[in-house]
Ligand binder design. Sequence first.
Ligand code: GRF
Length: 206
Amino acid sequence: MLKLGVLVSGGGTNLQAIMDAIDSGVITNAEVGLVISNNPGAYALKRAESRGIPAKCISPKKFENREEFHKALLQELQENKVELVVLAGFLAIPPMIVEAYPNRIINIHPSLIPSFCGVGFYGLHVHEGVLARGVKVSGATVHFVDTGTDTGPIILQKAVEVQQGDTPEVLQRRVMEEAEWKILPKAIDLIANNRVSVQNGKVVID
Ligand code: GRF
């Protein structure tokens, strides 16, 4: 059973999709062992608690500096024997944690990488960029996390149509419903069943 540590900071709809996929058998051989938020008000914490999943806030504000915060985060993951770290709305993860979990951290990004990703492309900014450029297809990407921003090996992608009259909020919701909530659970299931490997920096799925 692969033990997941899900890192969140907001609403937690991707966490919900993971928990639902475990319940329905879309994800096998994995369990959510721990949910950590950097934000005490994250609704994601309540979603975890309502399922009896250990949920904890580790706020950077409680530490003297970023390094102490990162150490506490890593310690929590290791003490709870987390095997796969899932970033579901959690922005930055430091090299210290990436190095402790090589190809064992995944992230969901709400665009088709390498478009609309990298520094500054998070949350609604991604969808604002998509609409400003006028592209007709957007989507989501699940990728392994390396020390860059959205640069790690791509595991799964799914395209979503951009529609006339979309606002960033409307497009964000469609990308979540049609892509994020599907490919994130699917990627976890593939990893939990040992079907994903990284060869020459690229993901191979058996
Ligand atoms: C999602 O849009 C995800 O792509 C991004 O952060 C958001 C998290 O939303 N990385 P939620 O907290 O899962 O609802």
